[in-house]
Write a new protein. Structure first.
Length: 82
């Protein structure tokens, strides 16, 4: 399994996160200074062998649901004053 992509992160919408990994090794996230174009959509490429596309899509859907709940909880949480 290899994964590469640029990710639109909620907290840093003007700086895409670059992800890449192979097998069990994932590199640290790198941050680009800006998006390479006006298109700020997340793009992820999976290079796999004997891995069903439905499995990947279900996993991404689960990650998206968890991320949505995390964002919602952060928005509802009381803000600490400095």
């Amino acid at each position: 399994l290899r994964v590469k992509g640029i990710i639109n992160v909620f907290e840093r919408p003007d700086q895409p996160a670059v992800i890449q990994g192979a097998q069990q090794i994932f590199h640290s996230i790198d941050w680009m200074e800006k998006w390479p174009s006006e298109d700020k959509r997340t793009r992820i490429v999976f290079i796999t062998r004997n891995l069903n596309q439905d499995y990947i899509e279900e996993t991404l859907s689960l990650i998206e649901r968890v991320a949505d709940r995390t964002i919602e909880a952060a928005v509802r949480a009381p803000q600490k004053s400095a």
